[in-house]
Design a protein around this ligand. Structure first.
Ligand SMILES: Nc1ncnc2c1ncn2[C@@H]1O[C@H](COP(=O)(O)OP(=O)(O)OP(=O)(O)O)[C@@H](O)[C@H]1O
Ligand SMILES: [Mg+2]
Length: 502
């Protein structure tokens, strides 16, 4: 008879210098279940699944797949035993096409020498079709946005016919609409008998998808609960170790009359005729689907993309940032969505990342004032609670959420007046999200202005004073706080050119 448990982890321990990432963790995964893993940033979730996939070797413990016990897992063994992983950090190869990425390492061949590109593309197209995803298999993944890259990752795992599919924050780069697609896919895979381990900081997803939930804290497994028998409040308390009140902290500083930034008829970078104003002390939200142009707009304002037409006024004067440095000098900062590509230098330590954009300010005759650099980094570490043994830790060794906090700190250190936050809480745990919301309120109260792009509708409605909706590179709607509602935003977000003209 087949074991009820398809995967068992026994007494897994993994330590890094100064960090116990996993402390004697044991876990049973039932055949055919969707098993969720939750816990704060740095709790050990990704480390745990990396031991299953053979990406890292635990110090001690056993991994048992289908009754077979492994002391040491390797990526090959893991794959041949039916495990596929969608990692939190993307694994796509930049220079290759979508189809090539899906069949990486197992390219379909016409004969011993020739790779059969055509059937790879056809097969990829088939997978996309079955998942109802619109991506051209010939596109180079370099040209895809993070959201689309994630869909390719998922298609890749599906193509492997895995028995156990591990997804580490699969929805993080997706918007609501695409997340719906992801859910359908999880349902489909589950119905076809695949066991799924699902990591997410979005608790609504956990409740929608999972059968059981394992809660981790500080490298320890706290407990496994049946989803039906628990609720959000219990989960949060168990995860964070304390009770959290009010999700979106109240802000009562009124928006000032002064228009801080005005965009007039901006074109370029895929955008058409974008005009809007943002006032000092305002949090202006931007909603839209993947590809709507929100990140592209941020890049235009930040001087990271070429403006073809239109004007930007900042504090009443025309500004024309042609490079990010010019934008920074003017008082504009951008916390980018894709931390791996642009936000953080993974091989550099935390301190170096935080001070990177302000080296000129803290230097005297090209010599960096080390004391000042340290103090600034230390201040941010404490105020936004970056979890690390010390500031000399390389970014790549931090958990996903803590990497994001370092990037936010880096841009705050430039002391900007206008801060563009592109998906600021992607991959961030409930406790830390709350800290970031409080930070946004503090920034606004101290006279700063925020443009906030987010695919989490709840968060956007919870934090913004006003929301602008983009679709296909144009503004399709603007909503005042008193009129916020999810349906209205969605209806603007899915408005097409034709409908707008009509
Ligand atoms: N290569 C490494 N070197 C040093 N420390 C590491 C390394 N990899 C992970 N860690 C540490 O191990 C701990 C667990 O990290 P892990 O990435 O598993 O957290 P997580 O639960 O996945 O968090 P998140 O929700 O932010 O993704 C963290 O404190 C992290 O900094
Ligand atoms: Mg992780």
């Amino acid at each position: 008879m087949q074991d009820q448990y398809i995967l068992k982890l026994e007494n897994i321990t993994k330590t890094y210098p100064g960090v116990v990432a996993l402390n004697d963790v044991s876990l049973d995964i039932k055949r055919g279940e969707v098993h969720a893993l939750v816990g704060e940033n740095g709790a050990g979730k990704s480390t745990l699944i990396k031991t299953c996939s053979g990406a890292i070797e635990p110090d001690s413990g056993n991994i048992i797949i289908n009754g077979k016990s492994f002391k040491k897992m390797t990526p090959k063994l893991s794959e041949s035993n039916g495990i596929a992983v969608i990692y939190q950090e993307f694994n796509l190869v930049d220079g290759l096409s979508v189809a090539e990425n899906i069949f990486l390492g197992k390219a379909l061949r016409r004969n011993a020498i020739c790779i059969d590109r055509k059937s790879m593309e056809e097969k990829a197209a088939e997978i996309f079709k079955s998942l109802d995803i619109k991506i051209n298999p010939r596109t180079n993944v370099r040209n895809l946005t993070v959201g689309y890259q994630q869909l390719v990752e998922i298609a890749k795992a599906v193509s492997e016919n895995a028995q156990i599919l591990i997804m580490d924050e699969p929805s993080a780069p997706l918007t609501n609409a695409e997340t719906g697609k992801l859910f359908e896919m999880v349902d489909k895979l589950k119905a076809s008998g695949v066991t799924i381990i699902y990591i997410s900081h979005r608790l609504d997803e956990i409740f929608r998808l999972s059968d059981r939930i394992t809660i981790m804290r500080d490298g320890n497994k706290i407990e496994t609960v049946e989803t039906k028998k628990t609720d959000v409040e219990y989960l949060v308390t168990s995860m964070v170790g304390r009770k959290l009140t009010e999700t979106y902290p109240h802000r009562d500083t009124p928006v000032k009359d002064e228009v801080l930034l005005e965009a007039k008829g901006l074109c370029g970078n895929g955008l058409r005729n974008i005009s809007f104003k943002v006032r000092r002390g305002e949090v202006l939200g931007f909603a839209g689907l993947i590809g709507a142009g929100r990140t592209e707009l941020a890049e235009l304002i930040f001087g990271a993309a070429t403006r073809e037409k239109g004007e930007i006024f900042f504090k009443g004067k025309p500004v024309a940032p042609r490079t990010p440095q010019q934008a920074i000098d003017a008082g504009i900062a951008l916390v980018p969505e894709d931390r791996k590509r642009q936000g953080a230098l993974l091989d550099i330590d935390i301190k170096g990342n935080i001070s990177m954009a302000i080296l000129r300010r803290i230097s005297h005759f090209f010599v960096v004032n080390k004391q000042r650099e340290n103090r600034i980094a230390e201040d941010y570490k404490n105020s936004i609670k970056i979890k690390t043994p010390n500031l000399l830790q390389k970014i790549k060794n931090l958990s996903g959420g803590n990497q994001q906090k370092v990037i936010i700190a880096k841009w705050l250190a430039t002391e900007p007046e206008l801060i563009i936050l592109d998906e600021p809480t992607r991959g961030i745990d409930v406790g830390a999200k709350h800290e970031i919301y409080k930070l946004i309120n503090e920034l606004v109260e101290s006279g700063k202005t925020i443009l906030m792009i987010s695919s989490e509708m709840e968060e956007l409605m919870g934090m913004s004073d006003r929301i602008i909706v983009l679709a296909e590179g144009s503004i399709t709607g603007e909503i005042a706080r008193s009129d916020f509602n999810q349906e209205l935003i969605m209806s603007y977000a899915s408005k097409t050119e034709k409908e707008k003209a009509a």
